[in-house]
Structures are given as structure tokens and as C-alpha cells.
Design a protein around this ligand. Sequence first.
Ligand code: TIU
Length: 231
Amino acid sequence: MSSIPAQPYDYELPQNLHSLALIIIDMQRDFMEPGGFGDALGNDVLRLQAIVPTLKQLLETFRAKGLPVFHTIECHKPDLSDCPPSKLNRGKGSLKIGDEGPMGRILVMDEPGNGIIPELAPLQNETVILKPGKGAFYATPLETLLKEKGITHLLVTGVTTEVCVQTTMREANDRGYECLMVEDCTESYFPEFKQSTLEMVRAQGGIVGWTAPAAAVIEALELATQPAIAV
Ligand code: TIU
């Protein structure tokens, strides 16, 4: 059995590696670039850029091995019928969800600013989940699709760590998925919140799951997929 050196202890990979999926949460222009939703909420969005090369490397590893990849996009219908007041009325900036910004309407599906950043653009064979909430399981087909594909283990990445990434990981943990958050493939507008989230996840014997850096994940995947040497 292969495992990833992780905290609070090693993360056992599934017997069939195709039961392990990479889930990339909301790597959208709306959160990563000036003029989007993250910016409208008053955040320094450019600090999220640092994870892009590392996440790209992990994504390329999954692609090279033919392992399943899921991307999510946080978005709302143009009529905002799926955006409750409890979400719409957030932030006190000049723009809110649905307003016209420099990249189109804020957090509205198919607008230029709502798309995934070009560096991590999904391929045809990768699943894209459109989600109206913070968690990727709420009001989406994600659980059904994971079951159909026999996926039991999730590597959770993306932005922002303590909002959509952590919510998704907690939802997944409650549904029975073995989850590892990839430390340098997730970022927050608040470095201290990222750090606290990583610590919360792995506290109490891994109450929510595991954490490990991308290099440890990639090395374990390389080892697990090496052809056996004949003796
Ligand atoms: N504001 C913030 O930190 N995050 C979100 O609104 N959505 C996600 O985390 N994707």
C-alpha cells in the first residue's frame, strides 16, 4: 500500500489510484484578479497568484497519469435566483454580485471574470462543477459524479482556504471521503486564516483530514505508478 507523508500521519492512497481525485476549487478570475468578486469584497487578490505554478504542476501530474480531475466554479444564474440575500448582501464595496464590473457581471456564470484562470483551464475530459454556495457539494451533482466514478479519496486545493476550500473539505469528510488538503496549492487573502485552517484540519488526530505539500503528493504518486521491476 502506498502512502503520502502527511500530517498528522501518513495518508494511505487507495488500492486503485483512479479512486483518488484532484479537486480544484474556484481558481477563477473573480477571485484572482482585480475587478472581480474578491476585489469587490476589499481583498488583496494578487496574493493568491503564488500557488498557481505549484497547482499547475500537481494538475499536470494528474493529467499525465490519467487520474480524475474536478474543477469548481462559484457562480450564479444571470437572474440571481440561486443567490440568497444572505449572500447577495455581503461586502460593502462599490460592486456586489450581479453588478457590472470591468470583467463583466460579478460572480455570474459565463461572464469573462467568472472563468477559470487560463493557466489552469480545464481539459475536455475534466469535470467542471458549477456551484452557487461555498461548499462544492451544496446544490451540485458532485456527490453523484464521485460515486459513479468510484472515487473515495480527494486531494483538495484552490481558493480560498478557509472559505470554499475548507467548507468543501468538511462536506466531503461528512460524506465519507478521505481528504487531504494540499498545503501549497491553496491560498487565502489572510495568511493567518490559511495557517489556522491547515492546523484545524489536521488537529485531533486528523478530525477533518490530512495536509501535505505538493512535492510529497507528487513523489508518492510517481512511486505508486512506477512499473514493478522484474527480478
Ligand atoms: N471571499 C472568499 O474568501 N471566498 C469566496 O467568496 N469564495 C471562495 O472561497 N471560493
